[in-house]
Ligand binder design. Structure first.
Ligand code: DMJ
Length: 649
C-alpha cells in the first residue's frame, strides 16, 4: 500500500523575482513573451493583484517625482535666462540703512547733525530713498551672503578668483554665482530698464559695500586691500576716508558721514614725519576737506584744510617757484623725486582750484599767490605747440623739459582741465586762462585727433617729436566732460560736437572689452582692412584701476544734453564693476585683465578715487535733478570734489 498522500500544503502567496536573466535557448523575444505570459497565468489572483498594486504604486511615485522636479526645471531655466538678461547684481539694491539699524555702529557714537552755516552756495536736497519690501528682501539675501564671510571663510567667488575650495564649494550663495561667464555687454544683451532712482539706489549699495570693506579692514588707513582684507598706506592719512566724505554727504549716507567726521576730529593728525605728493594730497585731501566743509558747513573740515595747506607750502620754495613734487608735512622738507629735479606739468598746474579756494575761505593770500604764480609762469613759457604742453618742467630752471612729446593723458591731462575750471571758478574774469584753454583745444584738433577704423571713432592720440601714435590713455576720457562743460559756459558749439564724438569713443573703450570695463591704455586701429577691431590692447595695458574718467564725462554729457543713452552707458559700466570687481567680503578691487571675464585677476586694491570720484559721478549721472550740485554753481576739482563758483556769471 502506498501511504496516503500528504494533505496539500497550504497555498502561500509570494512573489518571486528572479534577477538572473533568463535566456531562452535561442534568446528569441517570442519565446520570452510566451514564457512570461505563461508564468503570469500561473500566478494566483492575489499574486497578480499584488503585482498590479506594486506597479501602480511605483507609477504614482514616478509621477509625483516628475511633478516636483518639473517645477524646478523651468525655474532653473528662468534663472539661467535671468543670468543672461540681468547683471550679476540686481539693479534694485538696498537703500541706505537707518542709522540705528546698522549692526556695526561704533559703541557710544551718537549721530551728530552737521552744523549748517553754509558759506558756499550749496543747494542740496538729498534724501535717502524709502526702503521697500523688495529692498529688505535683498538686504536679507545680502546679509546671509555676507554672514558666510563673517565666519572668516575666504571666499572671493569666481569674480575675485580667490576661492578656498573646501569652503567655497559648499555654499549655496556661491554656487548660485555660477561659473565664469561673459558680461552682458560681451553677450550683446540688453540690460533690463531700471529707473534713475533704482540706479541711484544701486550706486548707494555699491558705495555701502565698498565702505563696509574699508570700515572692516582698513579703517583710518589710506586704501583698502579687499582680497587680503587688509590695507595699504601711501601717506598714512586716511586717504579713502577723506576722499569719500563728500560722496557720503551727497548720497545721503549721514550716519557714515558722521562716523568719518568723528575720525577726522579725533584721529586725523598732520604733524607726521611723512612725505606726501603735493598734487595727489592737494586734490584728494585738501579738495576733499574743502568740499566736505562746503556741503556740511562744519568748520572742522576748514580748520583741517588750512592746517594741511600750510604744511604743503614749503613745496613752493624752489628757485623757479615751480613746486617740488613731494613735501614732508611734519618737517617741512620739500624735494623732487629721487631721480630728477623735474616736476610733472599736470601736477604743478592742477592744485590751483584748491589753493585759490583755501585763500578765499581763510583770507590768507599766500595759498592763492603761490599757485597762481605757477599758472602765470607756464602761460608765458616757450616749448608749447599750439597750446599743447610738454609733460615735465624743471624746478630749478622753470623750463619745460623732454620737449616735443604731447599727450592729453598721464602727466599733462589736468593742465587742460584746470585752465577751464579756474576760469569758471573765478567767474570768467581771467582771460589768460580762457586764452590758453581755447588755444589748447585748437592744438588738440590740429595735432592729436584722428578717426579709427572701421567704426571711425574719434580719438586723441599722442605726438612724439612729430610722430603720431594712436595711443590713448583712459585718463584722456576726462576730456569729453571738460569740453562739454566749456560749451555749457559759452565756449564754441563745436567743442560740444567733439565732446559727443569722444564720449562715444570712451564708451567703446569699455564696451569692446569682454568685461565691459576699459583698460588703462588702448591703441586705435588706423588700418582700413576689414575684420580688424577699432580698439586694440597690449598685454601690459589690460588693467583697470576703477578709474572715473568715462563716467565723469557721461555725467557732464547727460547733464547738458538730457540724452538718456549716457545714463544707460553708465549703468552698463556700473554693472560691469559689480560683476568683475566687487569682492564679496567688502570693497571693490582693481583688476589686471579686462579681457578675461573668467579670470579678471583682482589686484587687491581699492583706490580712494573709486569712492571719491567713480561712484559719485555715477550717482550724479543717474540724477535727473540739474540742481543737485548745479554746474552753474559748482566746479568739480580733478578728484570730483565740488567747490563753489565764486561769482556765477
Ligand atoms: C584721480 O586721482 C584724478 O582724477 C586725477 O586727475 C587722475 N587720476 C585719478 C583718477 O583716475
Amino acid at each position: 500500500m502506498y501511504p496516503p498522500p500528504p494533505p496539500p500544503a497550504p497555498q502561500r502567496d509570494f512573489i518571486s523575482v528572479t534577477l538572473i536573466p533568463s535566456r531562452g535557448y535561442d534568446g528569441s523575444k517570442g519565446w520570452r513573451r510566451r514564457s512570461c505570459w505563461r508564468k503570469w497565468k500561473q500566478l494566483s489572483r492575489f499574486q497578480r493583484n499584488a503585482i498590479l498594486f506594486l506597479l501602480a504604486f511605483l507609477m504614482l511615485c514616478g509621477l509625483l517625482t516628475y511633478v516636483s522636479t518639473s517645477d524646478q526645471w523651468p525655474a532653473e531655466n528662468r534663472s539661467a535666462e535671468g543670468q543672461r538678461m540681468r547683471p550679476a547684481n540686481p539693479p534694485v539694491l538696498p537703500a541706505p540703512q537707518k542709522a540705528d539699524a546698522h549692526p556695526e555702529t561704533f559703541p557710544g557714537l551718537s549721530p551728530q547733525l552737521p552744523r549748517h552755516f553754509r558759506r558756499g552756495p550749496p543747494n542740496l536736497q538729498i534724501r535717502a530713498p524709502d526702503r521697500t519690501f523688495k529692498d529688505r528682501g535683498q538686504d536679507e539675501a545680502e546679509r546671509r551672503a555676507e554672514a558666510v564671510d563673517e565666519k572668516g571663510q575666504r571666499t572671493i567667488s569666481w569674480r575675485g578668483a580667490v576661492m578656498e575650495p573646501e569652503q567655497g564649494s559648499e555654499l549655496p550663495s556661491r554656487k548660485a554665482e555660477g561659473p565664469p561667464r561673459p558680461s552682458p555687454q560681451a553677450l550683446g544683451i540688453q540690460n533690463p530698464p531700471a529707473s534713475p532712482k533704482e540706479r541711484q539706489k544701486a550706486v548707494i549699495d555699491a558705495f555701502r559695500h565698498a565702505w563696509a570693506g574699508y570700515r572692516k579692514f582698513a579703517w583710518g588707513h589710506d586704501e583698502l586691500r579687499p582680497v587680503s582684507r587688509s590695507f595699504s598706506e601711501w601717506f598714512g592719512l586716511g586717504l579713502t576716508l577723506i576722499d569719500a566724505l563728500d560722496t557720503m554727504w551727497i548720497l545721503g549716507l549721514k550716519k557714515e558721514f558722521e562716523e568719518a567726521r568723528k575720525w577726522v576730529s579725533k584721529k586725523l593728525e598732520f604733524q607726521k614725519n611723512v612725505d606726501v605728493n603735493l598734487f595727489e594730497s592737494t586734490i584728494r585731501i585738501l579738495g576733499g576737506l574743502l568740499s566736505a566743509f562746503h556741503l556740511s558747513g562744519d568748520v572742522l573740515f576748514l580748520q583741517k584744510a588750512e592746517d594741511f595747506g600750510n604744511r604743503l607750502m614749503p613745496a613752493f620754495q624752489t628757485p623757479s617757484k615751480i613746486p617740488y613734487s613731494d613735501v614732508n608735512i611734519g618737517t617741512g622738507a620739500a624735494h623732487p623725486p629721487r631721480w630728477t629735479s623735474d616736476s610733472t606739468v599736470a601736477e604743478v598746474t592742477s592744485i590751483q582750484l584748491e589753493f585759490r579756494e583755501l585763500s578765499r575761505l581763510t583770507g590768507v593770500k599766500k595759498f592763492q599767490e603761490a599757485a597762481e604764480e605757477v599758472t602765470r609762469h607756464i602761460h608765458s613759457l616757450s616749448g608749447k605747440k599750439d597750446g599743447l604742453v610738454p609733460m615735465f618742467i624743471n624746478t630749478h630752471s622753470g623750463l619745460f623739459t623732454h620737449l616735443g612729446v604731447f599727450t592729453l593723458g598721464a602727466r599733462a591731462d589736468s593742465y587742460y582741465e584746470y585752465l577751464l575750471k579756474q576760469w569758471i571758478q573765478g567767474g570768467k574774469k581771467e582771460p589768460q586762462l580762457l586764452e590758453d584753454y581755447l588755444e589748447a583745444v585748437e592744438g588738440i584738433k590740429r595735432h592729436l585727433l584722428r578717426r579709427s577704423e572701421p567704426m571711425k571713432l574719434t580719438f586723441v592720440g599722442e605726438l612724439t617729436h612729430g610722430r603720431f601714435s594712436a595711443k590713448m590713455d583712459h585718463l584722456v576720457c576726462f576730456l569729453p566732460g571738460t569740453l562739454a562743460l566749456g560749451a555749457h559756459h559759452g565756449l564754441p558749439a563745436d567743442h560740444m560736437e567733439l565732446a559727443r564724438a569722444l564720449m562715444d569713443t570712451c564708451y567703446q573703450m569699455n564696451r569692446q572689452m569682454e568685461t565691459g570695463l576699459s583698460p588703462e591704455i588702448v591703441h586705435f586701429n588706423l588700418s582700413p582692412q576689414p575684420a580688424r577691431k577699432d580698439v586694440l590692447v597690449k598685454a601690459a595695458d589690460r588693467h583697470n584701476l576703477l578709474r572715473p574718467e568715462t563716467v565723469e564725462s557721461l555725467f557732464y554729457l547727460y547733464r547738458f544734453t538730457g540724452d538718456r543713452k549716457y545714463q544707460d552707458w553708465g549703468w552698463d559700466i556700473l554693472q560691469s564693476f559689480n560683476t568683475y570687481t566687487r569682492i564679496p567680503s567688502g570693497g571693490y578691487s582693481s583688476i589686471s585683465n579686462v579681457q578675461d571675464p573668467s579670470n579678471p585677476q583682482p589686484r587687491d586694491k581699492m583706490e580712494s578715487f573709486f569712492l571719491g570720484e567713480t561712484l559719485k559721478y555715477l550717482y550724479l549721472l543717474f540724477s535727473d535733478d540739474p540742481n543737485l550740485l548745479s554746474l552753474d554753481t559748482y566746479v568739480f576739482n580733478t578728484e570730483a570734489h565740488p567747490l563753489p563758483i565764486w561769482a556765477p556769471a
